[in-house]
Ligand binder design. Sequence first.
Ligand SMILES: Nc1ncnc2c1ncn2[C@@H]1O[C@H](COP(=O)(O)OP(=O)(O)OP(=O)(O)O)[C@@H](O)[C@H]1O
Ligand SMILES: [Mg+2]
Length: 500
Amino acid sequence: MTELLRMCGISKSFPGVRALSNVSLSLNAGEVHALCGENGAGKSTLMKILSGVHQADEGDIFIEGKKVSIDNTKKAQQLGISIIFQEFNLCPHLTVADNIWLDRQPKTGPFVDDKKLIEKTQQILDELGLSINPKALVRSLSVAEQQMVEIAKAISFNSKILILDEPTAALTQSEIDSLFNIIYKLKAKGVGMVYISHRLEELARIADRVSVIRDGEYIGTYPYKEVTIDTLVHLMVGRELNNKYPVYQRKIGNVLFEARNIASNKVDVEHIQVHAGEILGIAGLMGAGRTELARAIFGADKTFHKEVFVDGKLVEINSITSAIKNGIGYITEDRKKDGLALNMTVERNVNMAFISNLCKKGFVNESAAKTNADKYINSLRIKTPSMFQKTRNLSGGNQQKIVLAKWLCNDIKVLIFDEPTRGIDVGAKYEIYELMNRLSDNGVAIIMISSDLQEILGMSDRIAVMCNGRISGVLNREEATQEKILRYATGLCDEEGKGA
Ligand SMILES: Nc1ncnc2c1ncn2[C@@H]1O[C@H](COP(=O)(O)OP(=O)(O)OP(=O)(O)O)[C@@H](O)[C@H]1O
Ligand SMILES: [Mg+2]
């Protein structure tokens, strides 16, 4: 077994945060080494050090037994290390081929040799079994395809070490399957991979070993076969987590939200209603129209004609502003794009949706803003050295908690959660579920879209299943099973567009 990589005693601090202290990791050829830890544990930071984005304060890195210094990302590439970041790094307005060979395009004289460029690209795509057009613009591709292009790019450098930072967060099951097939192929070729994911269940299919870090400290490395998910969770959070979902008795009130005839280009839903204190889960496969339904309700997309009632009163919702004015909130699925101003502070982001309430005569009441931000940083356990940290510098999961906080401090009657726990670690998931329960206790009507069937079953009072833009079935908590949901979701069962 060839050892490709050894990182020893790595420490790294950022102003106010000790992100890593004395962490070690090794990687063999043909191995998938899973790296686990809660949000903010230091996983991405360790990998950014390996890929030359950050430099360690202490510690050594050895590649195939030779000590190296990785001062920048180019150096990492030369050493055969490629990283696929949690956030994508492609140029959306360039083609697939140009993205893969950026600054390295084959040339005849001073000009790019287009024919050769396409050939070389096709060769890599074929090798990975990808049917993507090399001439397609990256922005026209799905998230999954963009991910595959990132991998193709990594392969084009003949990387021996590939780092995948939460590669499946935005992928559907079949896309995950094709990603795993690529991982198997790379394994067979002797590529070593470090794999970061919060979806612990999927690790069983690919991981050879797993290492855990907690709060920047190295906990240990284990052969994957020797750990169970429960032990892993225990190692990650450092405490026993017995229940995945908080036990809770809901008090369901009157109908608080009702909508009729929600029809847009992508959805056609006759009727949907949610009671005060109720959680209506929306299940369905990717592309079933769940997010489109949410956007239509929220006034983000044009609908042909719809009637919305909040608290029994007919209201007009034709824009996001009118939705918010009527007490409807929407926590989006794509938090990076829709949800956050990354260059602003944590404090400003938390207070963003709340800002009008914090203003007096056009000025922000700074002390009220601080108190408010403090409250939500504590209650959601947002890990940041201070509320004045730039949001960009927080770990992925902690950024997501800020998006939640943003809405929670608004006076909201109806709240739509779109994939509320995607990219969030097991411990923090529980906190988000508790928070939903608290909201429901306060009489908020919650619509929760989720691809995680366990989560749908664990949290919903009723479940509406979508297929092809319509609601194909509605299940009560007592009667719902994973199987029944899937039957509706795949169109095997259909109650003729019945409402929820
Ligand atoms: N550029 C930076 N400046 C300041 N602090 C940073 C920076 N990058 C990371 N941190 C901090 O270092 C700690 C570790 O962050 P890191 O992104 O490595 O976590 P992670 O394990 O990848 O978490 P997640 O699962 O949420 O992605 C966090 O407290 C984070 O806020
Ligand atoms: Mg991360």
